[in-house]
Design a protein around this ligand. Sequence first.
Ligand SMILES: Cc1ncc(COP(=O)(O)O)c(C=O)c1O
Length: 466
Amino acid sequence: MNSAKHAITRSPDPYHLASKYLNPKLVEVMGILGFNKHYTRYQGCNLFTEDGTSYLDFHSGEGFASLGHNHPAIKRALIDALESDLPDGVQIHYSSHSGELAEAICRHLPSELNAVFFTNSGTEAVEAALKFARSASGRPRLLSCDQGYHGLTYGALSVTSESYFKDGFGPLLPGCQTVPFNNLERLEAELKKKDVAAFIVEPIQGRSVTVPDPGYFKQVETLCRKYGTYLIFDEIQTGLGRTGKWFALEHWDIEPDFVLVAKALSGGYMPVGAMITRRPIYNKVINSLDRCYVQHSTYGRNRLSMIAGLASIRVMEEERLVEKTEQLGLSLLAGLHRLREKHSLIKSVRGMGLMVGFELGCPGSLRDRIEWKLIHAASEGLFPQLVVIPLHRDHHIITMASGHNDVIKLLPPLVATEAHITQFLNALDQVLTSCRDAKGRNWKTIYDIARRTLGGTSPSAVRSEA
Ligand SMILES: Cc1ncc(COP(=O)(O)O)c(C=O)c1O
């Protein structure tokens, strides 16, 4: 089609140039795991290869495609924007769209969260919040949680806990420390020192899909207020409907000092993130005319990102995706609990809305346990591939190992249907049944990867980023 001529690639094999110019190790790992498909079209919950084979996406690019791929309303809004020749990149200027998007986000947050800074990614929203918290509090230290993930730029990396991401990149930001998630005593012990600018925390820990204890966040809010520490709620993955509420903070009726959002705001198209805080906090940092430009980004509120964000919120409101997500999440969790009763390989099931994880357990027989140990010795995070690979290879369903653990994370697009949930549960049932045969193909595949890994290559590099 002539109108799309600039979107046509001359390269039939996407992995050849990626291997040459981008990240050859990642390309190698994708090959080992069999994920190196050439998808040529994405629509809604499905990805299609050139021969028309359809793959059901139950990961949605870690929440990037929360509204499904290439949602027609977002696409239309972006085409209209391009055809309107709107201004952009004029730094001393505000478009109406940026104000409208800020207003639309704030409409779904507690009313005191009403001051917004737009970024190009999640990690930049984290950076902005850390800077604002330090500046407004005048305090140096930053607390975060064990197993927490907040991004990979230096500030965000400094409050991310896993050494996998940090090793070799130090020294990191001084004054950063972690406490265990769900542990109020350890949190209070640090807050009491009254030198902590902010406690940054994910509502549900994305790397392990760990949900908070029921009273945890209400107490966290109280403790942070008591000791003058700002509470930063990193809703980059949970925000905008993912957990069956507009923002996860609604589950516990709390009002953090900062909320961070990105991923779903993109509509599956544009890089965009936002830090939302209270106006008095914002004004403490940008406190004079001279300081009006101290927090700034060239692309931060570019027209296409603002329009994609506005269209995304409109779609969520019109399609009532938050309510639908709550219902679908219940179906998915109920189905997984049923499978847990049937298959001992599933140790636990957890999640909220359509952010769901299930953890695999150690098999019962001695022989399987020996293989299990070898697989873990090869790479923490490899074992879930026992299920992820056949789901992809045999049932054409995309899921992901969650992190350095035995958890498989499910983040289906919020536009998924009950039929998609049933399709997934039936496929998972078949995969788990086939995993009962320790001499079968699934165990052999993973065992071979483990042996190969111990020989040098590390498939653990393929995992979700959070
Ligand atoms: C909770 C959380 N915070 C921050 C980030 C970083 O966002 P980005 O990858 O857009 O920089 C992520 C990404 O996965 C995330 O899940």
